[in-house]
Design a protein around this ligand. Structure first.
Ligand SMILES: Cc1cc2nc3c(=O)[nH]c(=O)nc-3n(C[C@H](O)[C@H](O)[C@H](O)COP(=O)(O)O)c2cc1C
Length: 335
């Protein structure tokens, strides 16, 4: 029987299936149902920097609404009562979730600047979080260079590293000129692992109302390929854990992440679609595949299809890109 144990961010996990942040982890019954279904760890929904700064600066906000740029930006941000929980409730939630679960509870902080909020990372640690995932969702504005943006990420990790002893993971967007370089720099700055990749919010336009409307779609299984490519590339090159997030809808998708080199596979959309109990199905499909293919442990599986270990490393390279473009046969016949 496949030994499912894995290490992630220095934590010993009973298997490689981790629940990614989603509304399921906003409620205790969601947390407990995930745990009952076999999740080896749960990353909570994110606490946003604006929520913290709103609480810290609300007095200033009311005094300086017209002159303070942060206050101005807040006027576009959802009102506090639109959030499920403010910072204090979030800390309380971590505490209660950690007290009532056997598995590690990982807090998630969505921050965009390395400023004062970093002390909240410490408070998350004190509340019982076993690790912190920095959900680095950030859309750079014009005038910011790619160096500025990357430095911001690095400074953010440094600020949190100074605050806490527990492990830190950074959930990255895929849009860097050099993913390998930023991955390396974030680990150097003190991150213990990387979560690849954040799915960025992409609003649509309602043509009838001529309005921009917010939309969030659950992932499709084919979206696994971008993070898979980078996990396969990074495996063995960065001194930290790797987590694959996006596109895990079957246990075999999680298998792909582990073979590429991930320590864990995370899932949210599949659980939102099928309910938290579906994690048990993912886990049994994962185990079935490993057993059927003669593996005795997840450690043995890890990285066996990474760029470092695969028989033909060019499969992950430009050479294969050219090959695949040239071999594509259109379905219609040329006149
Ligand atoms: C409704 C919804 C809410 C989410 N909330 C968060 C969040 O609070 N923080 C976060 O880092 N990711 C959040 N995510 C992203 C997921 O954790 C996950 O990284 C992403 O959906 C890709 O994984 P999947 O293909 O398994 O869904 C959310 C996703 C969905 C669909």
């Amino acid at each position: 029987m496949l030994d499912l144990r894995t290490q992630y961010l220095g934590l010993e996990l009973k298997n490689p299936l981790v629940a990614s942040p989603s509304p399921i982890s906003q409620r205790f019954d969601g947390i407990h149902r995930l745990e009952d279904a076999g999740a080896s760890a749960i990353v909570l929904f994110s606490l946003f920097e604006e929520q913290i700064r709103f609480e810290n600066e609300s007095a200033a906000y009311f005094e300086f609404t017209s002159s303070n740029t942060f206050a101005e930006s807040l006027s576009f941000f959802p009102k506090m009562d639109e959030f499920e929980a403010g910072p204090e409730e979030y800390l309380e939630f971590i505490y209660r979730a950690s007290e009532t679960s056997e598995i590690p509870i990982i807090a998630s902080l969505n921050a965009t600047s390395p400023e004062g909020w970093a002390e909240y990372a410490l408070r998350m640690e004190q509340a019982g979080a076993k690790a912190i995932e920095l959900n680095a969702y950030y859309i750079p504005s014009f005038g910011q260079s790619s160096e500025d943006v990357e430095q911001r990420y690095v400074d953010m990790v440094r600020a949190v590293r100074r605050s806490v002893q527990i492990p830190i993971a950074v959930k990255l967007p895929p849009f860097f000129s050099s993913v390998g370089d930023i991955a390396y720099r974030l680990i150097e700055a003190g991150a213990n692992g990387l979560v690849l990749f954040n799915r960025l919010y992409q609003p649509d336009i309602d043509l009838e109302k001529q309005e921009v409307f917010p939309t969030i779609e659950l992932s499709r299984p084919s979206e696994i390929r971008l993070p898979l490519l980078w996990i396969a590339n990074l495996y063995g090159h960065v001194n930290g854990s790797l987590a694959g997030t996006t596109g895990v809808h079957r246990g075999t998708d999680a298998v792909k992440y582990i073979l590429a080199g991930a320590n864990v596979a995370m899932t949210a959309s599949a659980l939102l679609k099928n309910g938290p109990g579906y994690l048990a199905t993912l886990l049994s499909e994962f185990t079935e595949w490993g057993d059927a293919h003669g593996y005795h442990s997840v450690d043995q599986m890890r990285g066996s299809m990474s760029k470092k270990h695969v028989l033909d490393p060019s499969a992950f390279d430009r050479a294969n890109y050219v090959r695949v473009l040239q071999s594509y046969m259109p379905k219609f016949s040329a006149q």
